[in-house]
Design a protein around this ligand. Sequence first.
Ligand SMILES: Cc1cc2nc3c(=O)[nH]c(=O)nc-3n(C[C@H](O)[C@H](O)[C@H](O)COP(=O)(O)OP(=O)(O)OC[C@H]3O[C@@H](n4cnc5c(N)ncnc54)[C@H](O)[C@@H]3O)c2cc1C
Length: 564
Amino acid sequence: MDQPGRDDLLEWRASKPANFYTAVPGLASALALRMKDNFSPSLRERLSTFGSDVATVIEPAVQILERNREFPKLRPYDEFGQLVEEIEFHPAHDEAARVAWASGVLSTPLNFEGAFEVAGLFFLLSHVGEGGQACPIVCTIGLRRALEHRASPALKERYLDGLTSPDAALALRGSQFLTEVQGGSDVGANVARATPDPMSPGAWRISGEKWFCSVADADLFALTARSESAPSGTKGLACFLVPRTLDGVTPNGFRIRRLKDKLGTRALASAEIDFSDALAWPIGELDQGFNIAVSELLNTSRWLNAVGSTGIMSRTYLEASSFAHFRQAFGAPIESFDAVREQLAFMKIETAAALASTMALTELVAKIDEGTATSEDLNLHRFLVNANKYVTSVAASDVVHRGIEVLGGNGTIEDFSPLPRLYRDAVVFESWEGTHNVLCAQVRRDCVRLGLLDVVTEWVRSELATVSASLAPDANQVRDVLERLEPELAKTVENSVNSDANFRRQLTTLMRIVQATCLLRQGDQPSSTGAERAVGAAFVRLHLVVQDFAEEPTWLPLVDEVLG
Ligand SMILES: Cc1cc2nc3c(=O)[nH]c(=O)nc-3n(C[C@H](O)[C@H](O)[C@H](O)COP(=O)(O)OP(=O)(O)OC[C@H]3O[C@@H](n4cnc5c(N)ncnc54)[C@H](O)[C@@H]3O)c2cc1C
C-alpha cells in the first residue's frame, strides 16, 4: 500500500543532523564575535567532535533511558545488608557520561578560552536536554570554581584533581544543596545546623534536612548550614563540603528519604536527604558562606542554565524546521504555509537572541576567569547572570511549546521526537537556580544598591555606537525605546511600594533591548549572513516596535530572510 505520509517521516528521520555543531552555524558565529582570534582551529575541532558525539552517542543513550523509563533507582542497602545509599543508573546513562566527561567540559582550565569552551560544549550537550548529565556537570563545575577560588590548600589538594578528571568512571561529581522544605527562594530561612567536630580540628558536623538534592549520587556535596552562634538570615549561612563517604562504602552521616518523581530532568537523581552529624569542612570563611554559594555555585549554575535553555531551543528549532520541510498537508509541505513559517521564524529569532545574550554573558565570565574584568564588567555580569537566566528560561519553554505545535499531534508523542522531553526539562530549568520573581527581585535590589541600571544602559549605548550605518534604523529604534524606558525603570527601582510586578515587566523590555543590541552586533560582522542580519532586524520589530492591531506586523516581511 502506498503510504506517502510514512515515507515522508522516514525521510525526515534520515535528514536529522549527525553533528549539532555543524548543524547550528550560529554557535561558531557567536564564538567568533566574542572570542575573536582566540577562537582557535583546535577549539573548533573539539566542538565539532563533541557535536558529533552528542548526536550519535549521547542522544541514542538518552533515548533508551526515556523510552524504557530507565530512571535512577535508590538502593539503600547492598546485597549483604550494609547501608550504602547508592543510586543505580542504567548502563546507557554511564555511556552518555563517559562521552560527556571525555569532551573536556570539566577539565578545561578556568581562563578566557576555557569559559567559552565550557559554554560551547554545554550548549551542544543541551541539544539532548538535561539527559541526566547536564546538572551533574554544572554542579561539578560550580564546586570546582568554589574550591579553586575559596577553599583551603588541603581541600584543593584532596579534591580538585578528581573534580577535573575527564574520565567519568574516575571523576568526582559535585552537587549543591541549599533548598530546605520551608523554601528555596527564602534561603535565609535555612535551619540545617553546623557544629564544630571535637575530634577533628577544622572539621564540622552537619545535621538537618535538605529538600531538593539533585545529583544525589554525587561524591561531594556542597551545602549551606548555620552554626549555633551565627546570626539569622543569609548572613549566618556557612558553606561546607560533605564527602559522600569517608571509608569508600558507608554514607557519611546521611540517609536518603526518597528520590523525587519529577515532571522533567527525569534521568537525574533528585532526592530528599536527612543529614545527621555528617563530617564536613568549610569552603572558605564561615561568614562568607552565602556569598560563596551565590557567586561561585549559583552564578555558575545560572550562567549554564541559560546556555542549557539556549541549547534546548536550538534543538527544538532543528526538529521543527526539518519536520515542516518533510511533512505534507493539503498537498504541500507545511513549511510553505505562512502561519507555520511565522512560528518557525519566531523560534529561530528567540533562539538567536538567547544565544547572543548568553554569549555576551560568557564573555564576562571569560574576563573574570582571565582576571581582566573591570568593575563595569563585574557589575554587568551581576545584572546579566540573573536577568539573562530569567528571560532565556522563559523563552525556552515558549519555543519548545511552539515546536510541539509545529509537529502537531505527533509533537505530543514521547518517542516521536525529543520535544516532550525538552518541554518538561525546560519547565524545570525555569525554577532551577532561582525562580523568575526571585531573580527579578535580586536585579532590582542590585539596581538600588549598585546602580546597575546606569551600567546596563551605558553598555547598551556603547555597543550600539559600534554598529555600522547599514543597521542604523534598527539601532536607532533600540535607542529610542531605551530613552523611553530608562526614566520609568528608574522610578520603579526607587519606588519601594508595590513595584515588583512592574519591575519584572520593565526588566523584560530592558532584556529585549540587551538582546536586540547583541543581535545587531552579531549581524554586523563582516562574515555575517543575510539571515543573521534579518534576525536582528526582525527581533527589533517584533519586540521593540509598538503597532496598531490593524497593521500587519512590520517583522513579517522579514520571515523569508530569517528562515534563509
Ligand atoms: C527538579 C528540581 C531539582 C532541584 N535541585 C536542587 C538542588 O540540587 N539543590 C537545591 O538547592 N535546590 C534544588 N532545587 C530547588 C530549586 O532551586 C527551588 O525549587 C527554587 O529555588 C524555588 O524554591 P521553591 O521551590 O521553594 O519555591 P518557593 O520559594 O516556595 O516559591 C514559590 C513561588 O513563590 C514565588 N516567590 C517566592 N518569594 C517571592 C517574593 N519575594 N516575591 C515574589 N514571588 C516570590 C516564587 O517566584 C515561586 O513562583 C530543585 C528544584 C527542582 C524542581
